[in-house]
Design a protein. Structure first.
Length: 263
């Protein structure tokens, strides 16, 4: 409780998102869904965006069950007009000042015989869609002179390499570079742009990979903490970067990797 000292911090306000509007892409499942649930729990009204309407409806129902508020918008964010439309839909909920880009995909494979179609898919979803949403969301903030926070979901593989992940590593390195460039470009207008970079997370996308016992053992040997990240771990990091507690943080890639990149 505040003592009335004008210099005293209001910690509850710094960590709250009450009354704010957030756009979350990839919100139908996995990391994106966890982020949407977390932001809604903190008081934000959330626009849930993904390709699959049924998954969005399930996420919206869960948020409502927990007392939160959200709306859905099905879109293919690799298309410029649909990315722009998603941002416009978020603005119809109120003045949207938080954007979380969690849409992403991966198709592993050895570089020598990697399919060009898979390479192009990863760059379309992981990089092009992230850029299009960032640009459309940033345009709106710049036009209205509103401060805001954009959080891009990257990966620890945006900082390191890994066998069989040439396309994924390249796409996530691109997300890290995009994040830093936008952070520098928009900082004078009080628009913060950061990334959250998790290790392997227990999601529907990664679960089939860990059915391979040899692969699972090799991955776990690289994580000093000895466990995979959870969607909630990632959502907590996103929460920090979305709220005023991180008001002086921009251009950061916040690792949620159990120490993977520390050695």
């Amino acid at each position: 409780m505040s003592s009335g000292d004008p210099g005293e911090r209001d910690l509850a306000a710094e960590w709250s998102l009450e009354g704010r509007v957030a756009l979350v892409t990839g919100a139908g499942r996995g990391i994106g869904r966890a982020c949407a649930l977390e932001l809604a729990a903190l008081g934000a009204r959330v626009l849930l965006v993904a390709r699959t309407k049924s998954e969005l409806d399930d996420a919206e129902a869960e948020i409502a069950y927990n007392g939160g508020r959200s709306a859905t918008f099905a879109a293919d964010l690799t298309r410029e007009e649909e990315a722009t439309a998603a941002v416009a839909a978020a603005q119809r909920l109120g003045e949207a000042t938080i954007c979380v880009n969690a849409a992403g995909t991966n198709r592993p494979g050895a570089a020598r015989d990697y399919q060009l179609a898979d390479w192009e898919l990863l760059f379309a979803v992981n990089v092009r869609a992230t850029f299009l949403v960032c640009r459309a969301f940033g345009d709106r903030l710049l036009e209205t002179a509103m401060p805001g926070s954009i959080v891009n979901i990257s990966s620890q593989m945006g900082s390191v390499g890994y066998p069989g992940r040439a396309a994924y590593c390249a796409s996530k390195h691109a997300v890290e570079g995009l994040t830093k460039a936008l952070a520098v470009e928009w900082a004078p207008q009080r628009i913060r742009v950061n990334a959250v970079a998790p290790t392997f997370v227990d999601t529907p996308l990664t679960r089939p990979m860990f059915e391979d016992a040899e692969f699972a053992a090799e991955v776990m040997a690289r994580i000093p903490s000895g466990r995979l990240a959870t969607p909630a771990d990632v959502a907590n990091a996103v929460r920090y970067l979305a709220c005023d507690a991180s008001a002086s943080v921009t251009g950061l890639s916040l690792k949620v990797d159990g120490g993977w990149t520390a050695w």
